[in-house]
Design a protein around this ligand. Structure first.
Ligand code: MSP
Length: 506
């Protein structure tokens, strides 16, 4: 059995999750569920980035004088939100936990012993939004390109990390490992960025209220990004659980938005090289999406709360829309108008109708029991064949979720067409054996569609299986290899047609 360790960014908790955070987390959940049904042992970690000035400001704004209380409350609400959104994370890491500080100290020591930490004076530009030092070349019209604000000029005594030492080995690693930074667009950006020259970076802060104590100097705090990136080691057990660490490291996949690629694809691997630890296998930076064409921001009042949205649309419809409409890796737009259109068309009409018709006909012609098909379903090719699975797995292995959903909808559309062509209502009068084959074929296709949908729309799979009479616990216990063999649906079981799984929304 192989292992698969994947992560989302750990999020700031100055507010609750919005649809952008949910997007990364849905994708991670999809990958985690996919790897699990493939038979991998999976560690899926997410969490909260707590040693940040942003959180302190948010606590002040909320009138909470006890920072710890604020962090506990907000972090718990993030984990609750992921539960409500059916996220199957195995770990939830908080950077204020003691296991994290233990890991940070062990890691820091390795980097320090390598001679990569020194004291100096930092003078330059600092963006409060990014909580990062910027250089002139990062600015657009004198402003941070993400936060559209002029950075502050600051000067203070800091400790530095010798990032500049790692430009060459980083370029070599990127060159040798084409899957290290994905997609290609981001890899090219990073390569150009490194080639333009890397400066050492400051990794401590003077006189900050929050942050982990800097091990070499009690008047300094560890720069929040330096500590945050190490969370990926903490969740894998580094520095406090060697067995666990041996099993899970290196990470197989770090997922994030393109806003934080440099931290993950330049600073993080350089830190790991310095500590002589293995690098993650893949860093995948997806695009950013706008809301109805506009940047999503609190000040525009256009942020979307995924939990509120899931009170209107089934959660899986939101996942469906995000995964099918936005090509993973590219920018996209989120629009409520399109969400509704796709919901009513793809889910309620095309998919919902297929299920509804297959079940109604089973009730009408076979008293609600899955019919027994003939030994050889003469002239009937299974709708969901081996090629479908091959294509699907190829798309999923390559993080092409929209194309994986295209494959599934091709099957669903073919099944609807199959009904039109076979005309079961006529077969009922003239050829009962063929009618049995046709209906069995439809129901078995739905069982398999349930499997194809499992990583992408997990709740829908279960609902489909329940309606076609399957014991969902037993079905879920199978791995893909068994599940995809045609004929897994038992004849004779009673279907349980319920309410339409995707009722139309007006
Ligand atoms: N705390 C850091 C990450 C540290 S990881 C070691 C951070 N946190 S954040 O709360 O600001 O989250 C940023 C991430 O949220 C993005 O990288 C992306 O995954 C997600 N997104 C936030 N807004 C988004 C969009 N509008 N569109 C797509 N993803 C978005 O940065």
């Amino acid at each position: 059995m192989s292992k698969f360790y994947l992560t989302t960014p750990i999020y700031y908790i100055n507010d609750l999750p919005h649809i952008g955070h949910a997007y990364t987390t849905f994708v991670a959940d999809t990958v985690a569920r996919y790897r699990r049904i493939k038979g991998d042992d999976v560690l899926f970690a997410t969490g909260t980035d707590e040693n940040s000035q942003k959180n302190v400001e948010a606590a002040n704004k909320a009138g909470e004088t006890d920072l710890r209380k604020y962090l506990d409350k907000m972090s718990a609400r993030w984990q609750e939100t992921w539960d409500e959104l059916n996220i199957s994370n195995d770990d939830f890491i908080r950077t204020t936990e003691s296991r994290h500080y233990e890991t940070v100290l062990v890691f820091f020591d390795l980097v320090n012993k390598r001679g990569d930490i020194y004291k100096g004076v930092y003078e330059g530009l600092f963006c409060d939004g990014c909580e990062a030092f910027l250089t002139e070349k990062d600015l657009v019209d004198g402003k941070c390109s993400y936060h559209l604000k002029e950075p502050r000029k600051i000067s203070e005594e800091n400790y530095f990390f010798r990032l500049s030492n790692y430009a060459k080995p980083l370029l070599e690693h990127i060159e040798k490992n084409p899957n290290f930074i994905r997609p290609e667009k981001r890899r090219n950006e990073i390569v150009n960025y490194i080639k333009a020259g890397l400066n050492d970076i400051s990794i401590s802060r003077q006189s900050l209220k929050c942050g982990l104590l800097f091990p070499l100097d009690k008047n300094q705090k560890i720069y929040v990004w330096f500590d945050a990136l190490i969370n990926y080691l903490t969740a894998a057990g580094f520095g406090h659980d060697e067995e666990k660490f041996k099993k899970w490291w290196p990470a197989d996949l770090h997922l994030m938005g393109k806003d934080i690629t440099r931290f993950h694809a330049v600073i993080w691997p350089a830190m790991l090289m310095s500590a002589k630890l293995q690098l993650p296998k893949t860093i995948f930076a997806h695009g950013f999406f706008t809301i109805n064409g506009e940047k999503m921001s609190k000040s525009f009042g256009n942020t979307i709360d995924p939990v509120e949205l899931s009170k209107i649309y089934p959660l899986d419809a939101i996942r469906y829309f995000l995964l099918r409409e936005i090509k993973f890796g590219e920018d996209g737009d989120f629009s409520l108008v399109y969400l509704k259109e796709h919901y009513n068309n793809d889910l309620a009409n095309v998919f919902g109708n297929l299920l509804y018709r297959a079940l109604s006909m089973t009730e009408q012609y076979f008293g609600g029991r899955v019919p027994k098909h003939s030994e050889k379903s003469e002239g009937l090719d299974p709708l969901c064949e081996i090629d479908v699975w091959r294509e699907f797995e190829d798309k999923m292995d390559n993080y092409k979720f929209n194309e994986a959903l295209d494959v599934i909808w091709k099957v669903i559309e073919a099944a609807n067409k199959f009904i039109e062509n076979e005309k079961p209502w006529q077969l009922a009068k003239i050829n009962e054996n063929r009618l049995k084959d046709v209906l069995y074929n439809l129901l078995e296709t739905l069982r398999q569609v349930g499997w194809l949908l499992l990583p992408l729309m997990p709740d829908t799979s279960e609902r489909v299986w329940k309606q076609i009479g399957i014991d969902t616990a037993e079905e879920k216990g199978k791995k893909i290899e068994l599940a995809k063999i045609w004929g897994g649906l038992k004849s004779g079981i009673a279907v349980k047609k319920g309410e339409p799984i995707f009722p139309r929304i007006i």
